[in-house]
Design a protein around this ligand. Structure first.
Ligand SMILES: [Zn+2]
Length: 354
């Protein structure tokens, strides 16, 4: 098989706020003041970071990379202990860094740069704009900053706006209006966050989701985080069918005709699947289900999409044909324009030898 990193890839489930670079985070935290983090930084991370300051190049870069690696491991370890820790790690260590246009733009831009190195040729990037308004930015200012960050992307990008399960119809309406206002950039409307506390398809979300789709003339698609941590109810399955929700975020605890946005490593980090070789993705794929492969985010998982492909290849023996197929599934399920899809389809066919 050709080099995994250079293979063209399409990713349709990726959270911006789970993907900042750990070295960028350390830099931004240094500006704010490390002592202001609610979850204390481990001493060894700060020591390594501090030592880097006094070292000449290239030692300086090496130590900074080491500090970033240690910091990432600390956060991933902390987050993987419980769902509460996971949520707190995002809230206490990531979101404080994503409250200014400059930082939002930088983190978005760097996400695209990393995707380029990862062989990605089309990406849907999701986030909850309302989480970035804590120090006074408007929802529009948040959107503008993220759009500015991804503006120079060499490949097509669509944004996914996430309503959160603990919110309400009021917020969903504002996010729906925002999505419609920015529909050149927003391709998908999502429901995310803790499925245990607020399970299933929530009516207030569904109502606004259907409005977004209708008022965008079906240009904005719907997805929903579902069956990531619990089995779907018959009602959920019925609503998904009846309202033509085409994609399910994760979905691994259910049996769907819809497109699965599978994020294998993420499911292991959050304790939903014990080990990679026990992940149902291979069985789903062999059964002919509509499977796509994604990382969910690079920070807690510690993987780029290339790493997921390598794991799938090593664990389940996936070959170029298999990767071609999941990419075609992602492409068809995506919100890219027909012209963009045609270009990406041609690229996939060429590079996977079809
Ligand atoms: Zn997700």
């Amino acid at each position: 098989m050709p080099n995994m990193r250079s293979l063209p890839k399409i990713m349709i489930h990726e959270h911006l706020d789970c993907s900042p670079r750990p070295d960028t985070m350390l830099e931004l935290w240094e500006d704010i003041g490390f002592s202001r983090a609610k979850i204390a930084f481990p001493a060894h991370v700060l020591e390594t970071w501090e030592r880097a300051r006094h070292e000449p190049e290239p030692n300086r870069q090496r130590l900074r990379r080491q500090a970033a690696k240690e910091y990432r491991q600390f956060l991933a370890g902390f987050a993987s202990q419980s769902l509460a820790n996971y949520v707190n790690a995002i809230g206490d260590h990531i979101l404080p860094l994503m409250q200014s246009p400059a930082n939002l733009e930088r983190i978005s831009r760097e996400r695209v740069e990393d995707a380029v190195k990862d062989g990605i040729i089309g990406m849907e990037l999701r986030f909850a704009p309302q989480l970035h308004t804590m120090t006074g930015l408007s929802l529009q200012e948040v959107m503008d900053a993220v759009i500015q960050g991804v503006r120079r992307s060499p490949f097509p990008i669509k944004l996914v706006v996430c309503a959160l399960r603990h919110e309400n119809g009021d917020m969903a309406r504002r996010l729906a209006d925002l999505s419609l206002q920015y529909q050149t950039f927003v391709g998908v409307f999502d429901l995310a966050a803790d499925e245990e506390a607020n399970p299933g398809i929530l009516d207030w979300w569904l109502q606004e989701a259907l409005r977004v789709r209708r008022e965008s003339n079906n240009r904005i698609l719907l997805t929903v985080h579902l069956a990531e941590t619990r089995k779907p109810t018959e009602r959920d399955r019925e609503l998904v069918r009846r309202f033509g929700i085409g994609r399910i975020g994760h979905g691994i605890k259910g049996d769907w005709e819809q497109v699965y946005e599978v994020c294998p490593t993420s499911n292991i980090v959050t304790g939903q699947v014990r080990a990679y070789d026990e992940h149902p993705i291979d069985r789903f794929y062999r059964e002919g289900k509509k499977v796509t492969v994604n990382t969910d985010g690079t920070l807690f998982t510690g993987v780029q999409l290339t790493d997921e492909y390598i794991k799938l290849s090593k664990t389940f023996g996936w070959k170029a044909d298999d990767f071609h197929k999941v990419n075609m599934t992602a492409l068809e399920a995506s919100s890219f324009s027909e012209a963009q899809k045609a270009r990406m389809r041609a690229k996939l066919e060429r590079e996977y030898g079809h």
